[in-house]
Design a binder for this molecule. Sequence first.
Ligand SMILES: Nc1ncnc2c1ncn2[C@@H]1O[C@H](COP(=O)(O)OP(=O)(O)O)[C@@H](O)[C@H]1O
Ligand SMILES: [Mg+2]
Length: 229
Amino acid sequence: MALIKLHGVSRYYGEGNTLVKALEGIDLEIEKGEIIALLGPSGSGKTTLLNIIAALDVPTDGEYFFREQEVPDGNVEKMTTFRRENIGYIFQFFNLLGDLTAIENVMLVQQFIGRGNKESAQSFLDTVGLNGLEDRFPSQMSGGQRQRVAIARSLAKKPKLILGDELTGNLDSETSTVVMEALIKTCQDDGVTTIFVTHDSALTRFATRVIKLDSGKIISDKKIAFDEE
Ligand SMILES: Nc1ncnc2c1ncn2[C@@H]1O[C@H](COP(=O)(O)OP(=O)(O)O)[C@@H](O)[C@H]1O
Ligand SMILES: [Mg+2]
């Protein structure tokens, strides 16, 4: 059973002379456990695709199934519930709450979903290599550390799917590697499906599959065979 199925998904903005075809006829199936790098030039539709998969946005045309169920596409409350139950979204600019410490940021998400405690919040911070920094506020952490708190927070939701939109876009390449390693290792260990948008083709080494978009269409889709270690 595919985790995600998109059939003929299009997303248009505007009309007439100002019509923009952000996505056009996207067909895509994603299996549980895949780690997908989504590449493409600026304006090619990467964010639009991620937002549709997250049910933050609704296709103009086409169908979207998540675990064989049609994803709600009009009712804001149902879309929110779908996101809460299934999706961890990591943004480029961290989106942490500044007056909460690292561990409080993680615990807040656990409260939303009605489970979790200080120990499990701590274990998610440990997973991303932040042991000892749990009581710092975001302003007392580096960009890479903040982004790892954001990852820990997403993981704490126990989502079926993690989406990252240029999640290392703000970080230098060394820090990007640390952040991606923290994310990918945990997702692999837990079999969490991941889709990350990136400009940086070096980061495709973390992926099991690389999908390229251009002008709202998929122009290439390749699975990567890893060498046995
Ligand atoms: N809210 C919007 N209104 C109008 N056009 C939009 C909107 N959001 C995105 N677009 C257009 O859709 C296309 C795809 O955008 P986007 O998905 O953000 O691309 P990417 O993330 O690959 O840079 C671009 O041409 C962009 O200008
Ligand atoms: Mg974008």
